[in-house]
Design a protein around this ligand. Structure first.
Ligand code: 5AD
Ligand code: SF4
Length: 467
């Protein structure tokens, strides 16, 4: 079932003045997609998105609490925006997302100028919440989790016309119990979006010009397990792969325990499924993995990698790494370095452990000193940089299928007679290449697959020529 967004009674009708909403998004892709849904539910109330907070009638910070730093960033941003309330009596200032869910009404006590607090499950209710705030109902905190039976997904409507690549949420929540992680507390239990709704959203996106979709969830590998007669993840991939006009399919994020043979075998078999797989390992020590309650061993993980690479030799693997988990010894940290050297990821997201309130790990002594966490993070990044450089160098003189997304950030770099376009390989590596200047030439390529031969290797991207 998808949620119907009701217009509150006082919604402006006809040619009423537009209001502006400014949303600042922190954290992961889940929040990015949630921000699109916020814009979507506000559109019938004639709220237009703006990039300028001083123009806004509604400011929302869509927050992340997965690491301490993200939460601190949100609090300082809130302080920076607060003075805008002095200039606009009607300005509503709110906090959405994971910090909102975690703190609830406490956040209203802590931050006196805040008007509303709203959890990730309450986006469909935002029009009603706003009505309550605006009607003088005071400050509102709405952080109720919908139960598994009555959770309703908002059917996504594309918010950014002209985009080539889009995310599609296929499930919410997480049923894993990693001891360091706050997500199960802020996003609740797993609920899968009905497969027919996922396919319909992909079809709508493709009809609007999208060529690549990334299926999104905290652990997409367990998709469908919460519902009877619901296809499992590999079956969902097959259904999405069959959508006419779709060129590329990706998904994130996965869990090594649920990475089945059936899923691995989809790679190389499904036309649109790209040879790129984000498979978070966290660390290279079995003892630490156990303390993290990640129920796999390094050997099991390497077995998954070996099977993936035996099916698809040019598979680009990426991962999440955490250093400085409580009790992590030097030898255990070195096991993480050894794992990185063995797998040779094309990129990694590396984090210093930070205790999150309410998690199991928060009751363990956070005994790796900050400076040591810092050093371990630096070492991980240094090792990975070397691996990445060598991997990119390997692309020289080879030709890749590039899905063109638009002008590159330094679009004019192509020289006086050329414009530089940007796209990605199936392995998700950025490639810039010049095309002759002129709308006809450059626009024609957007959303198309271009064969590009790499002639220069930069530190984080490739440069090439149309082959
Ligand atoms: N401290 C540091 N990193 C964390 N992550 C999750 N929780 C924490 C934490 N408490 C990282 C994990 C996860 C990624 C999304 O964020 O590596 O895979
Ligand atoms: Fe957090 Fe673990 Fe769930 Fe990922 S799998 S969201 S790290 S609890």
């Amino acid at each position: 079932m998808s949620a119907v967004v009701e217009e509150p009674e006082n919604a402006p009708v006809g040619g009423g003045p537009d209001r502006f909403v400014y949303v600042q998004t922190f954290g992961c892709q889940m929040n990015v997609v949630d921000t699109d849904r916020i814009f979507q539910v506000l559109a019938p109330l004639r709220y237009q998105p703006t990039d300028d907070p001083s123009r806004a009638d509604l400011i929302l910070l869509n927050t992340c609490s997965v690491r301490e730093k993200a939460e601190q960033k949100m609090l300082s941003e809130l302080g920076r925006l607060a003075p805008l309330k002095d200039f606009n009596d009607d300005l509503v200032l709110g906090v959405a997302g994971c910090v909102a869910q975690q703190e609830g009404a406490r956040l209203l006590d802590k931050v006196p100028y805040l008007d509303l607090v709203m959890g990730p499950d309450n986006i469909a209710q935002l029009p009603g919440i706003l009505e309550r705030v605006r009607a003088g109902g005071g400050r509102v905190a709405e952080t109720t989790f919908a139960g598994r039976k009555d959770y309703e997904f908002i059917e996504a409507v594309p918010q950014s016309p002209g985009k080539v690549s889009e995310f599609v949420t296929i499930m919410k929540g997480c049923d894993k119990v990693c001891t360091f992680c706050i997500v199960p507390f802020t996003r609740g239990r797993e609920v899968s979006k009905p497969a027919e709704l996922v396919v319909r959203e992909v079809e709508t996106l493709v009809a609007s010009g999208v060529r690549e979709v990334t299926l999104l969830g905290q652990n997409v590998n367990s998709y469908g397990k919460d519902r009877e007669r619901q296809p499992h993840f590999a079956e969902l991939l097959r259904a999405v792969d069959a959508v006419p006009g779709l060129e590329r399919l990706r998904f994130t994020t996965s869990h090594p325990t649920d990475c089945t043979d059936e899923l691995i075998d989809c790679f190389g078999e499904l036309r649109t499924l790209c040879e790129a797989f984000h498979l978070p390992v966290q660390c290279g020590s079995d003892r630490v993995l156990q303390a993290m309650r990640r129920p796999y061993t390094v050997e099991h993980y390497l077995g998954r990698v070996a099977r993936l690479r035996s099916r698809v030799p040019d598979m680009a693997l990426t991962t999440d790494i955490m250093v400085g988990f409580p009790g992590e010894t030097e030898a255990e940290f070195e096991a993480t370095l050894a794992l990185l050297a063995e797998v040779r990821y094309s990129s990694i997201f590396a984090f210093k452990y930070s205790a999150r309130p309410g998690t199991r790990a928060a009751s363990m002594p956070d005994d790796v000193p900050e400076a040591e966490k810092q050093r371990r993070l630096r070492e991980v990044q240094r090792l990975q940089d070397g691996i990445y450089d060598a991997m990119l160098a390997d692309h020289h003189d080879k030709t890749f299928e590039v899905l063109v997304e638009g002008p590159s950030r330094n679009a004019a770099r192509g020289g006086p007679d050329a414009l530089q376009l940007m796209g990605r390989t199936r392995q998700n590596i950025v490639v810039n290449f010049p095309v002759p200047v002129g709308d006809l030439w450059s626009r024609r390529w957007i959303g198309k697959l271009a064969p590009v031969r790499v002639d220069r290797v930069h530190s984080h991207s490739l440069h090439g020529q149309l082959a």
